[in-house]
Ligand binder design. Structure first.
Ligand SMILES: NC(=O)C1=CN([C@@H]2O[C@H](COP(=O)(O)OP(=O)(O)OC[C@H]3O[C@@H](n4cnc5c(N)ncnc54)[C@H](O)[C@@H]3O)[C@@H](O)[C@H]2O)C=CC1
Ligand SMILES: O=C(O)C(=O)COP(=O)(O)O
Length: 386
């Protein structure tokens, strides 16, 4: 099996690949791709590619449907970099609250000045700020990152408001009881001193924080965006920064709209750039790929359902990527039955427009049988796992 890396991937992850795996620089030779933020939308997807693993959370750089259509399963690594982002969000709140950056620059500019200590006591009032304790923090999106930000902000004495209409049961269990459950996002905009967004970039979330949202916000609000720049109408934010309505805009995604704007604190996408997050993501991504390539089991896919049959202890395992339409299973089982093959174990799962079936068989399906399955309308890929 060959894999290629479209971004540098931590070696502790790649070291998990066992003997049968080999790294290639050529995407066209790869069975699997590992990627972080590299844009894949315009890349040609080779016919031999089985899987893409995003060592990270956001998958807006990957053509999910195009991959699904070719039977390519795309994985991400949920939560593996959440702590790294959480810590930077807290740093962002602190940077927005006190002029730490201005103060550090001042001290640098006074390097070599004999009376720097005396001057500092005189100048420091310029860089004074406020504390986080007692302030209202609104969190939009209570997933892996949003929850961690909520819980730590509560420990810092903030009054935390959370909004996520799609919160998972697991996430809700992890959320501190003190976090106020907000059902209408406008209440976050109206109430909070700090607003942080932690949702995926989707058509439904693009420019979610827009002029209308800013109009509802309090004077001097701080907006933090460590999710994706396109979630925010940044032209509206820059206008609000200039008018003084928004105190600071802290964003982890530099672009020409915000870089250099006064009171915009722009960070070069450092949220997940810690040794720990990079290692966690790489390890999880490689494990997901090996599980899929070797056993056909899908864990943490974003374009196919999660689906697992454990280890194959039978003669043959067949994996079928297919459309989520009626009677696919009926047609597959029919083909096995008429070919005199007993199904020892099977599972079929769906997610949106796509589905996946795994069959463990008591005898080996011939090429002829596999071709019959390939010919079923709606089948996108058939793979012999064992
Ligand atoms: N700055 C960085 O380096 C990093 C940025 N990210 C970004 O942060 C995003 C979130 O990451 P995670 O928390 O790990 O993902 P996650 O999938 O665990 O959480 C996302 C949450 O957003 C919620 N959500 C979806 N649509 C929503 C809506 N319209 N309103 C409110 N909530 C909504 C979901 O229900 C889910 O709970 C990623 O999609 C990625 O774009 C993630 C990791 C690193
Ligand atoms: O995981 C994410 O969504 C991120 O934004 C992190 O991106 P990176 O892996 O640092 O290029």
């Amino acid at each position: 099996m060959k894999y290629t890396c479209l971004n540098p991937i931590a070696s502790v992850g790649l070291d998990q690949f066992t003997e049968g795996y080999e790294k290639t620089e050529k995407m066209e030779d790869a069975d699997a791709v590992l990627v972080r933020s590299a844009a894949m939308h315009d890349l040609e997807l080779p016919d031999g590619l089985y899987a893409v693993a995003r060592a990270g959370a956001g998958v807006n750089n990957i053509p999910l449907d195009k991959c699904a259509e070719k039977g390519i399963v795309v994985f991400n690594t949920p939560g593996a970099n959440a702590n790294g982002v959480k810590e930077l969000v807290i740093a962002g709140m602190l940077l927005a609250s006190r002029d730490i950056i201005g103060g550090v620059e001042w001290a640098k500019s006074e390097a070599g000045s004999e009376d720097i200590a005396k001057k500092a006591e005189k100048e420091k009032k310029k860089f004074a700020g406020c504390e986080l304790m007692g302030k209202k923090l609104g969190i939009i999106g209570l997933g892996a990152i949003g929850i961690q930000v909520a819980n730590v902000a509560e420990c810092l004495g903030m009054d935390v408001y959370g909004y996520d209409p799609y919160i998972s049961v697991d996430a809700a269990w992890k959320l501190s009881k003190g976090v106020k459950h907000i059902k209408d996002v406008d209440d976050i905009y109206r109430t909070c001193d700090y607003i942080t967004i932690h949702v995926p970039l989707l058509d439904s979330t693009r420019k979610m924080i827009n002029q209308d949202a800013i109009d509802l916000m309090k004077e001097n609000v701080v907006i933090l965006n460590f999710a994706r720049d396109m979630l925010v109408d940044e032209e509206a934010v820059v206008k609000a920064l200039k008018e003084g309505k928004v105190k600071k805009y802290v964003c982890d995604f530099p672009n020409t709209t915000t870089a250099g704007v006064e009171n915009a604190i722009i960070i070069p996408h450092l949220g997940a750039s810690t040794a720990e997050s990079e290692d966690n993501c790489a390890k999880m991504a490689v494990q997901e790929l090996m599980e899929y390539l070797e056993k056909g089991n899908i864990i943490n896919s974003v374009n196919y359902p999660n689906c697992s049959l454990g280890e194959c202890t039978h003669a043959n395992r067949i994996a079928i990527n297919h459309r989520n339409v009626k009677n696919m299973l009926g047609q597959f089982t029919d083909i096995f039955a008429t070919s005199d093959i007993n199904i020892a174990n099977m599972v079929n799962k769906s997610k949106g427009d796509y589905a996946y079936s795994l069959f463990d068989l008591d005898s080996v399906a011939s090429e002829e049988v596999l071709d019959k399955i390939r010919a079923v309308e709606g089948v996108l890929r058939v793979r012999v796992i064992k």
